[in-house]
Ligand binder design. Sequence first.
Ligand SMILES: CC(C)(COP(=O)(O)OP(=O)(O)OC[C@H]1O[C@@H](n2cnc3c(N)ncnc32)[C@H](O)[C@@H]1OP(=O)(O)O)[C@@H](O)C(=O)NCCC(=O)NCCS
Length: 279
Amino acid sequence: MHPNEVNKICLEEILLDEVGTAESGPLRFGQREVQLWGIWLTASDAVLAYYRSTLSLDERQRAERFAFENLKRSYTLSRGGLRILLAHYLGCSPHEIELICGPKGKPALRSSSRIRFNASHSGQMALYAFTLGCELGVDVEQLRELDEPESISARFFSAEEAAELLSLKPEDRVLAFFRCWTRKEAYVKAIGEGLAIPLNRFQVTLLPGVPARFVQVTSDFENAGAWTLHHLELAPGYVGALAYRDSRRPMTIHPIMRADELPEVLHAPFSASKGARRF
Ligand SMILES: CC(C)(COP(=O)(O)OP(=O)(O)OC[C@H]1O[C@@H](n2cnc3c(N)ncnc32)[C@H](O)[C@@H]1OP(=O)(O)O)[C@@H](O)C(=O)NCCC(=O)NCCS
């Protein structure tokens, strides 16, 4: 099925279920729903120009500071995608979205909206998670060879996680490493602390066939059972995780789409990008 058709179905379902939604944009949440969106971080110059037009002055300056053109483009598309989506939830233009930064860098809306979100990018993918009234953290990693996942895990993982990794056959360790890493990052991003929290102070599952969950959450003395962890496999070659402190919420996962498809799918106005409509 073409991504647009899947999205149409998802959007129709969301529009039908307006329980507890109360944001003013065209996108709606079902009750307690988490919505995941993703885009590929490649685009023509015309599409890039549209995404750039959605950014704040600060963000454009940040983009300019990247030494490499590919990083500049990735950041522009990734942050632009976030703005385009938030604008559709809130019913405004992407460049009108006001973002603030938490003490450790977690972006949030300046307004009193109940929308909570988090974003991640790796390789060619940007991933976004949105929900109402519950902080969440999302992380995606492109699978890649690692010289010594065992030594990284000995340094950063809990003793139990490192032992579980070592219990696997060497050829299964890289995937298990990234399962563990994304789960841990999703948690530290949900609480907004980022890597300021030692990753070895809490424990997640990582073995193949074992459902994603927190085994122990010690950093803020909270009960692991109060948290939910989702394993995400959204495209070949990528693994991810979503974490939040609540019982399991319903989730809608939109297919990862090209950057030019996102505004189309959302019916965004293109007036900001003169002559750049033919994507
Ligand atoms: C957050 C962090 C774990 C991200 O790890 P990563 O795997 O390199 O990057 P990801 O692609 O998964 O996530 C990056 C996104 O997470 C979000 N983010 C940034 N800081 C965050 C935080 N503390 N908590 C949650 N999300 C955060 C942003 O949307 C960021 O996107 P951007 O790069 O376009 O701004 C890591 O960068 C970190 O610990 N940062 C903290 C830095 C810090 O302490 N800054 C303080 C001064 S602002």
